[in-house]
Design a protein around this ligand. Structure first.
Ligand SMILES: *[C@@H]1O[C@H](CO)[C@@H](O)[C@H](O)[C@H]1NC(C)=O
Ligand SMILES: *[C@@H]1O[C@H](CO)[C@@H](O)[C@H](O)[C@H]1NC(C)=O
Ligand SMILES: *[C@@H]1O[C@H](CO)[C@@H](O)[C@H](O)[C@H]1NC(C)=O
Ligand SMILES: *[C@@H]1O[C@H](CO)[C@@H](O)[C@H](O)[C@H]1NC(C)=O
Ligand SMILES: *[C@@H]1O[C@H](CO)[C@@H](O)[C@H](O)[C@H]1NC(C)=O
Ligand SMILES: *[C@@H]1O[C@H](CO)[C@@H](O)[C@H](O)[C@H]1NC(C)=O
Ligand SMILES: *[C@@H]1O[C@H](CO)[C@@H](O)[C@H](O)[C@H]1NC(C)=O
Ligand SMILES: *[C@@H]1O[C@H](CO)[C@@H](O)[C@H](O)[C@H]1NC(C)=O
Ligand SMILES: *[C@@H]1O[C@H](CO)[C@@H](O)[C@H](O)[C@H]1NC(C)=O
Ligand SMILES: *[C@@H]1O[C@H](CO)[C@@H](O)[C@H](O)[C@H]1NC(C)=O
Ligand SMILES: [Cu+2]
Length: 602
């Protein structure tokens, strides 16, 4: 039975532990959220402040019925940080202003300010919500939400749903971690290594199940950094959904789930209830520069056929061979977009800028949020809104025409893995090359699938490429970015400006959204630089840190400078490290030093 209760019930008041649902009239669900701090210790190793909703952490799991409108009245009670909220995977069709990313579709919500989200949800599946303020969600402001589907094609095939999350976890707060990460003392850009892995924001989770029944697991990686391998001993997973898209059933013994991805799969319990079984999330350590001896990279939970029975230790596997999601087929059979109107090539690199810190780039530009949120520039620059120049030199902006087929070719020149997320759409995954394949070559690639998998977050392998396609049928401003939060913080993002003139005809920004900008002194009109007179004059725009002086272009040289210096200069350097970031004079002298002692590695 899958009736949408909210469509049949008279208005009622319900108090959930998660917070107040103030009214459920027909199909509007209202949440009043006070965002504030509480302490939590999910891995049993360190209590720390986390960001809670109405004093509750883990945050409330939301279960919305497809077709419902949700209203979120968000009050920032953090006291010392701004915030925002993004409902990951929602197309926000007609409501791009509700999407959440700061600097893209709205301003940051200052402490003491309130902000209202109001949109309808027309997509079934497994999603999550999280802050979209710089580096913030790993402090706890993230949780799964599910959209219940009264017309689920797999409805008859399972008995119950089991929502489940995986995450990495840090003991230190992001504000401090970001300061040491984006720093000349970390010239290689080594990301902070998590302190633990969590399953459903805890460890040693037990999930009671009954012999013979079939369960619909909804698994979301709400982590900041680590992809995780996931498997359930003695059981096969039958994948039926990825990122809100139903798939033809596909059997898997192990899956790999990147930060921000979701998998829906069916697990049929054994008929024999004499044993319990371990399930494991195992962080992908290839992402980590170092693996501390004390770090447990795994998190284990148990399927409990017998609640009083034992919990067998997780077996150690020699090999991790996950299912290849690229082979999935959408259940609706939607065919490949076989022609492309607009092809966008993004070459991903990592390099140091003039402050000595490591940044991430698309086509040599590291994203920096504009003075005016991009959506507000769209609405206030008239006919010039379709000129990409209006959005400035550091937002990696692309203007898309209504209904054209767009292709993003992502060439990864970096040796790391990166999970990319597109807001406002899911896309067809058309190519994903093997590791070390290099750039995409239109005349030399694997055959395009006839019915490509669609999802909203897709990983590119080291020094390789992927190609994704989508139709620009959703006027709005949509962020495209790496979902490793460290990489987003150092600029791995682009902006898709879809049908800007269409948006000008239909969209009005709610007064409370403009109010949070005014409270923060952020202009809401004009081009990326806030120029309301000449849309093509970008004087005063936010820019990325200037590049290193000539001769310092390679990250390797900078790393070498620091290793040489610390080896040869010793104490002097230690004192110097405590001082301000590198000045150009210091860079010049370290350059001479390298030339003399280390040579040029170019
Ligand atoms: C989970 O169990 C392991 C092994 O007994 C223990 O070391 C760890 O502290 C437990 N985690 C939590 C959060 O209780
Ligand atoms: C995971 O946590 C959410 C939120 O607290 C809860 O609703 C859900 O039932 C939990 N899942 C399991 C398998 O315990
Ligand atoms: C803000 O307040 C919280 C809770 O008291 C604290 O843990 C945190 O360090 C403070 N500072 C910043 C920059 O978030
Ligand atoms: C939400 O948006 C709808 C459609 O624009 C509008 O009719 C309704 O009044 C809004 N609700 C609230 C609480 O702002
Ligand atoms: C969500 O609600 C529906 C309808 O009440 C229910 O069938 C489903 O099991 C719920 N899902 C989760 C993950 O709580
Ligand atoms: C469990 O028993 C049912 C009914 O006898 C049978 O159809 C099913 O195949 C059995 N399942 C397993 C996993 O053996
Ligand atoms: C985590 O699990 C993997 C796979 O079983 C195993 O190789 C690894 O040793 C485990 N790590 C720890 C710290 O137990
Ligand atoms: C296609 O590209 C791969 C990887 O770069 C290369 O090994 C292979 O030789 C190329 N094939 C052709 C026909 O160019
Ligand atoms: C947005 O809505 C329009 C009009 O209903 C529809 O044609 C389009 O497919 C939708 N796009 C997405 C991404 O949902
Ligand atoms: C674009 O901006 C320029 C410079 O401000 C202005 O002269 C021109 O009229 C604008 N064009 C349109 C179509 O609005
Ligand atoms: Cu990345």
């Amino acid at each position: 039975m899958a009736l949408s209760l909210s469509n049949f019930l008279v208005p009622l008041l319900t108090l959930l532990p998660s917070g107040l649902i103030t009214a459920a009239i027909a199909d509007t669900v209202t949440f009043d959220w006070n965002i504030g701090w509480v302490n939590a210790n999910p891995d049993g190793l360190a209590e720390r402040p986390v960001m809670a909703i109405n004093g509750q952490w883990p945050l409330p799991l939301l279960n919305i019925t497809k077709g419902d409108r949700i209203i979120v009245n968000m009050h920032n009670k953090l006291g010392n940080q701004s915030t925002s909220m993004h409902f990951h995977g929602m197309f926000q069709n007609g409501t791009t202003e509700m999407d959440g990313p700061v600097g893209v579709t709205q301003c940051d919500v200052l402490p003491g300010s309130s902000f209202k989200l109001n949109f309808t949800i027309d997509q079934p599946g497994t999603y999550w919500y999280h802050s979209h303020t710089r580096g913030q969600y790993p402090d706890g402001l993230r949780q799964q939400f599910v959209v219940h589907d009264p017309d689920n094609p797999y409805a008859g095939q399972y008995d119950e749903e089991i929502p489940l999350t995986l995450s990495d976890w840090y003991h230190d707060e992001m504000a401090g971690l970001l300061t040491t990460f984006v720093n000349y003392k970390n010239p290689t850009g080594a990301e902070p290594v998590p302190d633990s892995a969590l399953m459903n924001d805890t460890q040693n989770l037990t999930v009671s199940i009954q012999a013979g029944k079939t369960y619909f697991f909804r698994l979301t990686n709400i982590g900041a950094f680590a992809g995780q391998y996931f498997w359930i001993e003695g059981h096969t997973m039958r994948i039926i959904e990825v990122d809100g898209v139903y798939t033809e059933p596909a059997e898997a013994d192990m899956i790999y789930i990147t930060a921000a991805q979701r998998y829906g799969f069916l697990v049929t319990a054994k008929n024999d209830s004499s044993s319990n079984f371990a399930m494991t999330g195992s962080m992908d350590t290839s992402l980590f520069d170092t693996i501390p001896d004390t770090l447990n990279t795994n998190v284990t939970g148990w399927l409990m056929y017998d609640d009083s029975g034992s919990k067998p230790a997780a077996a150690l596997l020699d090999e991790l061979n996950p299912f290849d999601d690229f082979t999935l087929k959408p259940q609706d059979g939607m065919a490949l977009y076989d022609h492309v109107d607009y092809s966008i090539e993004l070459d991903l690199s990592m390099n140091n800028l003039g402050d000595g810190a490591s940044y991430a780039f698309f086509n040599e530009i590291s994203y920096v949020a504009p003075v005016v949120p991009t959506l507000y520039s769209v609405l206030t620059t008239g006919g010039n809104a379709s000129d990409v120049a209006v959005y400035g030199g550091y937002t990696n902006s692309y203007v898309l025409q209504k209904d054209e087929i767009v292709e993003i070719i992502l060439n990864n020149d970096d040796t790391g893995k990166h999970p990319f997320h597109l807001h406002g759409h899911n896309f067809q995954a058309v190519v994903r090359s093997d590791e070390d394949w290099g750039h995409y070559d239109p005349s030399n690639h694997s055959a395009f699938p006839a019915t490509p998998m669609r999802r909203d977050t897709f990983m590119v392998r080291p020094t390789s490429n992927f190609v994704v396609r989508f139709k620009a049928d959703n006027p709005g401003v949509w962020f495209f970015h790496c979902h490793i939060d460290w990489h987003l913080a150092t600029g791995l993002a682009a902006t898709m400006i879809e049908a800007p003139l269409e948006l000008q005809k239909t969209l009005t920004i709610p007064e409370d959204h403009l109010k949070v900008c005014r409270a923060a002194g952020i202009p809401v009109a004009g081009n990326a630089a806030g120029n309301t007179v000449d849309a093509l004059d970008l004087k005063g725009e936010n820019k990325m840190v200037a590049p290193l002086p000539a001769g310092f272009t390679a990250r390797g040289i900078v790393a070498l400078v620091f290793s040489c210096l610390s080896a040869f200069v010793g104490m002097a350097v230690i004192a110097w490290y405590g001082a301000a970031p590198l000045s150009s004079a210091e860079l010049a002298s370290t350059k001479k030093f390298v030339m003399k002692h280390g040579g040029n590695t170019d």
